[in-house]
Design a protein around this ligand. Structure first.
Ligand code: 5GP
Ligand code: ZN
Length: 112
């Protein structure tokens, strides 16, 4: 999508600190981390929320979770980590391209 910052990162038009990439997902460091380790996992296909999932997108998302689970120790997340997906503006979604925040590298408190 033309004006989407994550699509531009995926296309390599905007630089990012990539930690994992395959043909369907990209994991890179958040530019404004709120935890010692703060990564973003995005499907390469542009859509905004889980309301737009279809079977193929759900399969990709499942594989993304599998990758996160298997690579977490090498990301410095061995002590536990949090996955967050903001869905829509009221939840704080600022980039309209589905993404999973991966937060950890330190003890995390819980709040809304
Ligand atoms: P949201 O608020 O939509 O759930 O999360 C968007 C995230 O994208 C924010 O944590 C923000 O810091 C991050 N972000 C926004 N623009 C960029 C960028 O250009 N590069 C990177 N690496 N992260 C970005
Ligand atoms: Zn996009």
């Amino acid at each position: 999508m033309q004006d989407c910052i994550f699509c531009k990162i995926i296309a390599g038009e905007i630089p990012s600190s990539k930690v994992y990439e395959d043909d369907e997902i990209l994991i890179f460091r958040d530019i404004d981390p709120i935890a010692r380790v703060h990564l973003l996992c995005v499907p390469k296909e542009h859509y905004k929320t889980v309301a737009e999932l279809n079977a193929a997108r759900a399969e990709t998302l499942g594989r993304a979770l599998q990758k996160i689970g298997s690579f977490a120790p090498s990301f410095g997340l061995d002590g536990g980590y949090r996955l967050v997906m903001n869905q829509g503006e009221a939840a704080g979604q600022t980039v309209p391209h589905l993404h999973i925040h991966i937060l950890g590298g330190e003890p995390l408190s819980w709040g809304k």
